[in-house]
Design a protein around this ligand. Structure first.
Ligand SMILES: C[S@@+](CC[C@H](N)C(=O)[O-])C[C@H]1O[C@@H](n2cnc3c(N)ncnc32)[C@H](O)[C@@H]1O
Length: 316
């Protein structure tokens, strides 16, 4: 019997697996932000008071890094509950002032995922926003009726808002998390959801691999093209560009796009491309960072201002 296709459930189970949990938890505790992440965050996320949304936060490596850089309203989420648990423990250990005294502050559960809630306090209307909130949520269903992001806004009303649409001043989906969503339509769902919850002009940072990054990559992908033409590719893969492999971090699904694919996806989902570059062109990384992560391409996009687009059209 041929194995089934990789789905979101496969990916989530892989990230909840002990090997992956240990790998990403260690990175959150020991590695922190990469030099390239730090540089681009500081360059593009210039307002430290703006609320930021981080998708695929894992065990909190980037979230805690953002906190250390001085961002003070962070909502971070992941669909792997074991990693969200780790992120909360790390935040409780390093930032005890933001740990709620009672875990009963959890909000409405999403099913079938185990219920998770924010780490920050849920206060009455008009209370200051929770400074650091970890949610259990799926990037491809950010605004579904069961979404914990909606639940969090309904329950805690940050800055008096009961709805996250247009709320965030920036979003991040660091370290290739977006590319770990199987199926281009689903990746676009995630991009669309992030655009919906961001204010016009808000920056988005994410990374991908790049099929055209080097002559070796190009040669490998030419061979993969032949396999797909003959129908000899790994039958579990969803689309050309997918890989499913196993290493010290456990089993990993990854879609490797080319540059054009990402430019099209951004344009189709409410984002304007502003910048992209391969990591070595941005900053020199430590040996520890290079051991933890392959080279990648960084992307910065800006949430389209549809209103100003419309008004420009009316004037001409
Ligand atoms: C490579 S890990 C990066 C984790 C963390 N950001 C870091 O840099 O250490 C990618 C993360 O994206 C999460 N992820 C993938 N698909 C997701 C989805 N649809 N919704 C929420 N999280 C997702 C995974 O669970 C995983 O924690």
């Amino acid at each position: 019997m041929p194995p089934g296709k990789i789905t979101a459930a496969t990916v989530r189970a892989d990230f909840n697996d002990l090997l992956a949990v240990v790998h990403y938890t260690r990175a959150a505790h020991e590695l922190g932000l990469w030099a390239s992440e730090r540089l681009l965050i500081e360059r593009h996320f210039t307002d430290r008071t703006a609320p930021l949304l981080e998708a695929g936060c894992g065990a909190g490596r980037v979230t805690l890094g953002l906190w250390q850089l001085g961002y003070r309203e962070l909502v971070a989420f992941d669909f792997a509950e074991e990693l969200v648990d780790q992120a909360r423990s790390l935040a409780a250990e390093r930032l005890p002032e933001n740990t709620p005294p009672d875990p009963a502050s959890d909000i409405s559960p999403i099913r079938p995922i185990r219920p998770m809630g924010p780490i920050g306090p849920i206060g009455p209307i008009d209370s200051p926003p929770a400074p650091l909130t970890f949610l259990h949520a799926d990037a491809t269903a950010l605004l579904s009726p069961q979404s914990n992001l909606l639940g969090y806004f309904a329950a805690s009303r940050p800055r008096g808002c009961t709805d996250p649409r247009g709320y965030f001043g920036g979003a991040l989906f660091p370290f290739n998390g977006l590319m770990q969503i199987p199926g281009r339509a689903h990746r676009r769902e995630a991009l669309r959801g992030l655009a919906e919850v961001c204010a016009p002009g808000a920056p988005l940072l994410f990374t991908t691999h790049d099929r055209d990054a080097s002559p070796t990559e190009r040669a490998l992908w030419r061979l993969e093209t032949i396999r797909w033409t003959r129908g000899e590719q790994d039958p579990r893969l969803v689309e050309f560009g997918d890989r499913y492999f196993e290493d010290e971090a456990g089993r990993t699904f990854m879609h490797l796009p080319d540059r054009r694919e990402i430019l099209e996806d951004l344009a189709a989902t409410g984002w304007t491309h502003t910048f992209d570059a391969l990591r070595p062109e941005i900053a020199k990384e430590s040996r520890a960072v290079r051991d933890f992560s392959d080279e990648c391409r960084f992307w910065i996009a800006t949430k389209e201002n549809r209103e100003s687009g419309k008004s420009k059209k009316r004037k001409t």
